[in-house]
Design a protein around this ligand. Structure first.
Ligand code: THU
Length: 139
């Protein structure tokens, strides 16, 4: 897969701000843990998402997968960055399922910006979060 283009810090800041805004729409009456995400596609389009819970808990979907599904369903299959905004004092990394789903549509080197409502947080690479993804080369 082609290498992602280098991203400016200001682009990641903007993505983080959009993730914070998306977090406001989170539907999380059961866990009360609201999460927002924003993915930047290679096309330049940004897609946001929030977690959407369900009374049947296992049907809940994370913010990251909501955003990825929005990108892919709009025809954007190459994600070059993601920002994730969570509540709490520390930035929260994506769950394992979301790491795997992201890796389907993103180069391992893409930046993953993790922020809270207040602080700038940190930026890690997807490959640090998921060093050995399962992918189509294995079957
Ligand atoms: N959640 C996310 O939206 N993203 C993650 O990566 C971790 C967890 C949501 C799922 C659930 O609605 C709530 O946070 C508590 O697990």
């Amino acid at each position: 897969m082609a290498k992602s283009r280098p991203l400016k810090e200001s682009e990641l800041d903007r993505l983080a701000e959009l993730a914070r805004l998306a977090r406001k729409n989170a539907y999380a009456p059961y866990s009360r843990f609201k999460v927002g995400a924003a993915v930047l596609a290679a096309s330049g389009q940004i897609y946001d998402g929030c977690n959407v819970e369900n009374a049947s808990y296992g049907l809940s979907i994370c913010a990251e997968r909501t955003a990825v599904a929005k990108a892919v369903s709009a025809g954007d299959r190459k994600i070059i960055a993601i920002a994730i905004a969570a509540g709490g004092r520390r930035p929260s990394p994506p769950c394992g399922m979301c790491r795997q789903v992201l890796s389907e549509f993103a180069d391992p080197s893409i930046p993953v910006r993790l922020v809270t409502e207040r602080d700038k947080g940190e930026t890690v690479r997807l490959e640090e979060l998921l060093p050995r993804p399962f992918d189509k080369r294995f079957f």
